[in-house]
Design a protein around this ligand. Structure first.
Ligand code: FE
Length: 249
């Protein structure tokens, strides 16, 4: 069965990485919750998509240069007054939930990986008892290497359309193979049965990201990809259910 990952706790349903979105996701009939992490200046780990607060909240500034207190007081856009949360708070929300973590490492504002960050995230997840059900992802190969040095939990390479276009399917799969990356994820609009078959022939698992519309979600399920992320988890669950039952859409 194709797995569904609630992207940032269902951004298009609840706002970007909100308490409401994550709390709802913990109760949903899906398999994974996707989220991104950033360090604050005073050593906390925040769950948020962007490296800065500018685009998604009523505040501004790079999370890595702000104190946790300031980050947590920001109001997330389109969220009914939600604030960013810490990684340990996310762990508490999912403590009793069968939904598994898909933790993405994003670069800082300068586009580079945060230094000494992966080990801190892995340690916190282990302390909270969440590491054993966490998979990791990143667009950055450097991060994927650091993840492998810190944990043997699964990791997947998010392949951007630009990288796929420049390097080509063969190049992407050769890179994944040579770096012992067991799984890749491509944008749903770039996914084809041919590409999926090539990946599987190379022994690499294949998933998609950014399946938000009905046609995109339907495509991911029809192709039978391993997992896809969606900003509309409730819609994805309803469509998967209907397609499994063979009822009209
Ligand atoms: Fe992400």
């Amino acid at each position: 069965m194709t797995k569904i990952a609630s992207h940032r706790g269902g951004t298009l349903e609840f706002g970007d990485s909100t308490l409401a979105g994550f709390t709802a996701t913990a109760q949903m009939d899906l398999e994974e919750v996707e989220f991104d992490v950033h360090p604050t200046r005073d050593g906390e780990i925040v769950v948020h998509h962007d490296a800065t607060l500018d685009r998604t909240t009523d505040k501004a500034g790079a999370i890595a240069e702000l104190m946790a207190e300031d980050v947590l007081s920001a109001v997330i856009n389109y969220s009914r007054n939600s604030h960013p949360i810490l990684l340990n708070e996310l762990c508490a929300i999912f403590k009793e939930s069968p939904v598994q973590f898909r933790c993405e490492f994003k670069p800082g504002e300068d586009g580079k990986p945060y230094e000494d960050f992966v080990s801190r995230v892995v340690k916190l997840l282990a302390k909270e008892g969440a590491l054993e059900t966490t998979g990791f992802s990143s667009f950055l190969l450097d991060y994927l290497e650091t993840i492998a040095l810190n944990t043997d939990r699964p990791r997947l390479w998010l392949v951007s359309p630009a990288v796929l276009g420049q390097v080509g399917a063969k190049g992407v799969l050769e890179t994944a193979k040579s770096r012992e990356i067991p799984e890749i994820g491509v944008h749903i609009d770039k996914a084809t049965p041919e590409l999926m078959a090539m990946a599987q022939d190379a022994g690499i698992e294949f998933g998609c990201w950014a399946a938000h519309s009905i046609p995109q979600i339907r495509k991911a399920i029809e192709m039978g990809v391993k997992v896809f992320t969606s900003d509309r988890p409730s819609l994805a669950i309803a469509l998967r259910h209907q397609m499994q039952e063979g009822t009209a859409l």
